[in-house]
Design a protein around this ligand. Sequence first.
Ligand SMILES: O=C(O)CCC(=O)C(=O)O
Ligand SMILES: [Fe+2]
Length: 346
Amino acid sequence: METKYVDRNIPKISLANFEVRIDEITQELCAAAEDVGFFSIIDHGISQAQVDTMFATSDSFFALPEDTKRTVPWNPQNVGYECRSQIRPSTGAPDQKESYQLQFGENMKGLWMSDDHVPGFKTKSLEFMHSLQKVSERLMICFARGLGFPDDFFVKAHDVTRPDCQTVLRLLHYFETPKDKNSQTAYHRAGAHADWDLLTLLFQREGQSGLEICPGREVVTDFALGDSWTKVEFQPGSIICNIGDLLMSWSDDRFKSTFHRVKAPEEEGDYYGERYSIAFFNQPCKDALIQGPKKKYPMVTGQQFTANAMGLHYKALKRKLEQNATEQAIQSQQKLKTGIAVQSEA
Ligand SMILES: O=C(O)CCC(=O)C(=O)O
Ligand SMILES: [Fe+2]
């Protein structure tokens, strides 16, 4: 089916002279968060060399033999390596990717790839994560101001110096998609979803497009998807940011978490090759208390918020898998009937 595309403006916001321009930046960020839920930031203080080093480190990890990568397996604390195992409720099919989730604290025990396999992996990754945390904290200060909370409100709730902190750096590698149209159904590289964190920072690579967004969600409690998409292309020097479900809920649905996907390449102009990206998910401390200024939703802890988000996710996933199974059963019944008809005609 042909994708319906629309042009949407994805605001580009400069963080230059942050201290002096904080109110202006706050206004721009809040407007972007209320409208499309996606924006890019420039003048953020992270150099292209830092980004290139992290991508090179990620390349070295994914180039390791499968057995080696499987020595740091994914677990439900949202750390570790997985391959084609993430199934989205929007598709009911596994994402065509492998990924490695890294955190700052104790959840990583035994799950860092050793220097013997990728020299300096842990040091380089943590250095990059701390730089992204600094950028995230600037954005958190602005969103706290915009919502009328004290400046350090979100920063305190996302304290990465705590051993039990949940914030994640995800290294992603999407597999090449065969161009042969008859070969199989085109599976999405990452099926449509909204992130369930506060705020995501994303790095793409030049020439490796595929990220698309679908705004229009009204409340965080609803799983509804819109139907028209907008491509988010690589822009040199910028970090793509999107609002997650946590900030949507914490702002009483004022700021929008937006559905997005990495599309299955199947149309003219789509990119079929291998794709690498890096995402940084700001997750709350387990004991953070979450409630918006207007108290639209009951107060929950960070841990409860995550559990509720997972509950909603698995319910939607179950519905989708049941729906897929019903559709498949109908299709095979139809095939059987057609077969019988053809046979009886012959
Ligand atoms: O790879 C990308 O561009 C997007 C990844 C993403 O949305 C995610 O991992 O949540
Ligand atoms: Fe995402």
